[in-house]
Design a protein around this ligand. Structure first.
Ligand code: ZN
Length: 470
């Protein structure tokens, strides 16, 4: 197995978060009652004509810019012809030879630098309606008693992102998919939730011996709806293909289904019966020619991408912490704390530990005020420090009341308290001097009680040890 490597490419579909559908004014509403968001256009009544959704086009261009794609000067919608009950027109409006976004790249941060994953294209199309298989025991088309179609989803704007065969393992493919998903979500163009079907992935997998330049026949695994299944399907394809190559069997290019129950792939259809969609330019729509000023405006809206932020933070806090900060969506607070004067590593620790544990919304934290508490936290009793963190996202949060509770580290102030505690417990003093040093904790507790928890425990420890040694 070790001399083989996986060659993986992904086709990722994401529903765009527009108010209305791609070619009509039906509202997009996840979970609405079946067949209540339809009209003559998305039900393909004769004579109904599509009108493209301008916002969906802008969102696709924004995505293309985030993926460093070439934005087409002229993109053409095309008809992809096939028959299926959830496709009332008998064709899907997609893009074929002239997609809106051409060749691009995605820089995937890695421990040892970064990997460039090629983007072949990103195009805009409409989703099909949803077929619901009912009756029967399996809940799948095979064995169902009957099928129903919900046309609410039909006509939802969908982007398809196609990568090159540049991913080298299941783990890398999952990491890419997670970071691509975060990029899409942060652009505000899709919720991209696999469990709701607003993000779906097909994977193409082949294998080759390490160092081998050729591409062997690949398997396409369709409609994977969780990150785990993407990873497991790639691993299953890898295992089955390596076994076949090593046994001298022919691996045929085919479409496969992944069965999570058996963790195996079964042939869906082979290449000989592959569909021919008879693409041709959509005669009801004019080509898209995005104006340069629109592209410039969208370029100006482009936020710093998650991959770029991981690269920027890696220098200060290391790769793993940078990944943790960015993928948890907490790096923004880290950056604001740093801007308020906190050292990067300290800011990362506070954000990933105390702030995360307190469950406060990082975006709502007043970083300038919290930074003042962070600077004093070594001198604050621990519970005061934690209370400050827990309140740091509340309206009107101020550092001052917490800073006033600074621990008493002044030896002159603590010495009399320490003396009094030792004088009051002669038996425990004898025990300690007899060799049971664990009693020290008892004395620390007594001093903390006498000072209402304000004593600096490090100073108390030192004073106690000095006195007990005497
Ligand atoms: Zn409609």
């Amino acid at each position: 197995m070790a001399e083989w490597e996986a060659v993986v490419g992904l086709e990722v579909h994401a529903h765009l978060k527009t108010r209305t559908k791609m070619f009509c004014r039906c509202p997009l509403e996840y979970g609405a009652a079946e067949n209540t968001r339809t009209c003559p256009v998305c039900l393909a009544h004769p004579g109904a004509l599509p009108v493209p959704n301008a916002r969906a086009i802008e969102m696709t261009i924004l995505l293309g810019l985030a993926l460093d794609c070439e934005i087409a000067e002229r993109a053409v919608f095309a008809r992809k012809n096939y028959f299926y009950p959830d496709l009332p027109k008998g064709y899907q409006i997609s893009q074929y030879e002239s997609p809106l976004c051409g060749r691009g790249r995605f820089l995937l941060p890695a421990v040892d630098g970064e990997r460039e994953i090629g983007i072949v294209r990103a195009h805009l199309e409409e989703d099909a309606a949803k077929t619901v298989h009912a009756g029967g025991a399996t809940g799948r088309s095979v064995g169902a008693a009957y099928s129903l179609v919900d046309f609410n989803r039909g006509g939802t704007p969908l982007v398809e992102i196609v990568t090159g065969p540049d991913l080298r393992s299941a783990e890398e493919a999952m990491w890419f998919l997670r970071l691509l998903r975060q990029t899409i979500v942060e652009l505000g163009i899709s919720d991209a939730e696999m469990e709701k079907g607003t993000l779906r992935a097909d994977v193409n997998v082949s294998v080759r011996r390490r160092g081998e330049g050729v591409l062997r026949p690949r398997w396409e695994i369709k409609n994977l709806n969780s990150f785990t299944f993407v990873g497991r399907a790639i691993e299953a394809a890898f295992r089955q293909q390596v076994a076949a190559h090593e046994a001298g069997e022919e691996v045929v290019q085919s479409t496969y289904d992944y069965d999570p129950d058996t963790d195996r792939l079964t042939v869906h259809r082979s290449k000989e019966e592959a569909d021919d969609y008879r693409y041709f330019p959509e005669p009801d729509l004019v080509p898209l020619e995005p104006p340069a000023e629109v592209i410039d405006r969208l370029r100006g809206e482009l936020p710093e991408r998650p991959g770029e932020r991981i690269r920027r933070l890696t220098g200060g806090v290391g790769f793993e912490t940078a990944v943790e900060l960015v993928t948890s969506g907490r790096d923004g607070l880290h950056d604001r704390l740093v801007a308020a004067g906190v050292e990067s590593r300290t800011a990362a620790n506070v954000v990933m530990n105390e702030v995360a544990a307190a469950g406060v919304d990082p975006a709502a934290v007043d970083a300038a005020e919290l930074a003042k508490v962070v600077a004093a936290r070594e001198r604050l009793p621990r519970d005061v420090w934690l209370q400050a963190v827990a309140r740091s996202a509340a309206p009107g949060f101020r550092a001052a009341p917490y800073l006033e509770q600074e621990a008493v580290a002044d030896e002159a102030a603590l010495e009399p308290v320490v003396e009094a505690v030792l004088a009051a417990h002669p038996e425990q003093v004898a025990t300690y001097r007899g060799g049971k040093e664990g009693v020290l904790g008892f004395f620390v507790g007594q001093v903390m009680r006498e000072t209402q928890g304000k004593a600096d425990p490090r100073v108390v420890n030192r004073l106690l040890r000095d006195r007990l040694r005497a």
